[in-house]
Each structure stands twice: as structure tokens, then as C-alpha cells.
Design a protein around this ligand. Structure first.
Ligand code: MF3
Ligand code: CO
Ligand code: CO
Length: 316
């Protein structure tokens, strides 16, 4: 380990672990602000990188043999494992940087590359979206506060394919309103999953999600959608989480895509993206939650590739 790496490791330990001493009282209602973002660590050279993160002139890596579904299953399982570990570390006083550092180490331990690192200029290994942040929150030195909700979005590149999954976690004890938002958002994901069937148009998914969200008094974000995923991180089809009459792509066995509804307590509209170019708050600063799975369409429905170890569906 170089001196620089060692110093960075120490900083990380400090901001992640000294929870009790670092705890300063912050109003639970304060809006989320940008914090200090730390430079990414180096990914070991033996980890195979996606094309956008490869140095010029480096030969394409060779991947272990295996069918596309088999590799997607392995990437999905690994993504679920990282999410489980990151989610278990969520607690008051923990910084989102500490969650990112934990994710980084876990991706590498599993032999995978953190798909978001150097993707379109993004420089961290997960997204952490707190309270009114809809998605693409950048891990920084902000400590999670009792009562916060935080979505952790994990993506791994393993054996030449990506697995993508996210969940929203409670930090300590949370309000009934926030608990309800999380419960309904998770149900929205599962209702979307239940609507996956070969031969049907992809807008069946958004139809089911929008119906459930709105009947519970919540709204569905339209700007960000689910996506095809394979050896490419984001590809066709686009998977809206509201009913889009033009989303008529027909689902076919073997297709792999994500469903990742972002559900708001207030208006569905996205506010101004932060100056970091990524962080997307709600327009009215109302709370937002999100859950995501990567799916494989089968002959009679779908397989949830990123299913958690103890996870069971909840359709509400
Ligand atoms: N994981 C996100 C998704 O669900 C994408 C994050 S891209 C990033 O599609 F660059 F913002 F990290
Ligand atoms: Co996704
Ligand atoms: Co994701």
C-alpha cells in the first residue's frame, strides 16, 4: 500500500467509525446539502473493467465461459450480496462515504468492478440518495441522521455483465409517513415484477406501478426509468414506471432489464439537478424512495436475478 492509499484508508476509517464522537445534533427536517466527496480508490489490475473504464490500448479482457443468463445470474447474485452488506451498515452517524468504502471493498472481494466508477464521469461505487433526493446522490462526508431514509444503489460488473439493485433503508427510527412511503415503494417494485410476462408490452409494468402508488396518495417520477442491462450498463428497452402508451416494446423470454420505481410523497416532478451534475432532488423537497431489481424474462414470467437472501415479495 502506498502512503497516499494508507492515508486515505485512515480517513475513511475515521469518518466511518467515530460515530459517537462525531455526532452533532442536526435538525431532522434540514434539507440535504452537498458534502465533501472523496477521491475513489484504485481498482486492482486483475479486476476486469467495462469498456468505459478501460485504459486506451489495453486489450479486451477474456471472461470465463458461461451462457448469458448464467453470467447475469451470477452478477445479480453478487449485486444483491453487496446491497445486503451495505444496507446492514446503515445507522445514525455513519457517513455515506463509509457506505461507499464498504461497497468498494465488497465488489473487489467478489471479483467484480463497481459499474458506476468512471461511468459518464461518475466517481463513486454506489449512489446514496437521502430523504428528498430521488436518485444519483453522491456518497460524501454527510453523517446519516436518526429518522433519515437512504436509498443505496449498487451495480457490479462481473464476468462481462452488469447486475443492478437498490433498496431504501431507514436510519434508526423513522416517522410513520416515511415508513409508509418505503413500504408502498417496495410494493410498487413487486407489482411491476408481477406484471412481467412475455408477449405483453412493457408499459404493463408502469401501469401496475402507477396504479398502486397513486391509490396510496404518492406520485411516480417520470424523468428516470428502468433500463435494459447486459454487457451494457444501460441499454434498450426503456422501462417507465408510469403508464406510457408509447412504451410498446414486447417483452420476450431471455430479455434482461431493471425495474426501479422512484416514488415521491409529494409532486412527481424532479427539481434542479445539483451543481455536481448528478444529485436529483424532488421539486417540492418532499421525500422520495426507490427499490430496484434486475430481471430475466422467462417463458411464463420472470426471474428476479438480484433477489436478496431473505427477501420475499410484498404486493400489498
Ligand atoms: N444504478 C443506477 C441505475 O439504477 C445508475 C447509476 S449511474 C451513476 O440505473 F452514474 F449515477 F452512478
Ligand atoms: Co438501474
Ligand atoms: Co441501480
Amino acid at each position: 500500500m502506498t502512503k497516499r492509499q494508507q492515508k486515505r484508508k485512515e480517513t475513511r476509517r475515521r469518518i466511518g467509525a467515530d460515530v459517537a464522537t462525531l455526532n452533532r445534533p442536526v435538525a431532522a427536517s434540514a434539507r440535504v446539502r452537498a458534502g465533501k466527496v472523496f477521491a475513489p480508490s484504485d481498482v486492482p489490475p486483475e479486476i476486469q473493467r467495462p469498456p468505459y473504464a478501460r485504459a486506451k490500448g489495453v486489450a479486451d479482457p477474456t471472461f470465463a465461459p458461461g451462457s448469458f443468463p448464467a453470467r447475469m445470474r451470477a452478477a445479480g447474485r453478487a449485486a444483491a450480496e453487496v446491497l445486503q452488506i451495505v444496507g446492514a451498515a446503515v445507522a445514525p452517524g455513519v457517513t455515506t462515504e463509509a457506505l461507499d468504502a464498504l461497497a468498494f471493498d465488497t465488489y473487489i472481494a467478489l471479483g467484480g468492478y463497481p459499474s458506476t466508477l468512471h461511468y459518464k464521469g461518475y466517481r463513486k461505487t454506489i449512489c446514496t440518495s437521502v430523504n428528498e433526493i430521488i436518485c444519483h446522490g453522491i456518497p460524501d462526508d454527510r453523517q446519516l441522521i436518526d429518522g433519515d431514509i437512504v436509498n443505496c444503489d449498487v451495480t457490479i460488473y462481473l464476468d462481462g455483465v452488469h447486475g443492478d439493485t437498490s433498496a431504501t433503508f431507514a436510519v434508526g427510527t423513522m416517522s410513520d409517513d416515511r415508513a409508509q412511503l418505503i413500504t408502498v415503494t417496495r410494493q410498487c417494485l413487486w407489482r411491476g415484477i408481477r406484471a412481467v410476462r412475455p408477449g405483453l408490452p412493457i408499459n404493463e409494468i408502469g401501469k401496475a406501478i402507477q396504479q398502486h402508488a397513486e391509490s396510496n396518495g404518492f406520485s411516480v417520477v417520470r424523468t428516470f426509468v428502468g433500463h435494459g442491462i447486459s454487457d451494457v450498463f444501460h441499454c434498450a428497452p426503456s422501462v417507465p414506471h408510469y403508464f406510457d402508451r408509447d412504451a410498446t416494446d414486447i417483452m420476450m423470454p431471455g430479455d434482461t432489464f431493471t425495474i426501479e420505481p422512484m416514488i415521491n410523497a409529494g409532486s412527481w416532478e424532479v427539481g434542479k439537478i445539483w451543481r455536481d451534475g448528478w444529485t436529483a432532488p424532488t421539486a417540492d423537497l418532499s421525500d422520495s424512495a426507490q427499490f430496484e431489481h434486475t430481471l430475466l424474462v422467462t417463458n411464463d414470467g420472470c426471474e428476479v436475478l438480484t433477489l436478496g437472501r431473505d427477501e420475499t415479495p410484498d404486493y400489498g
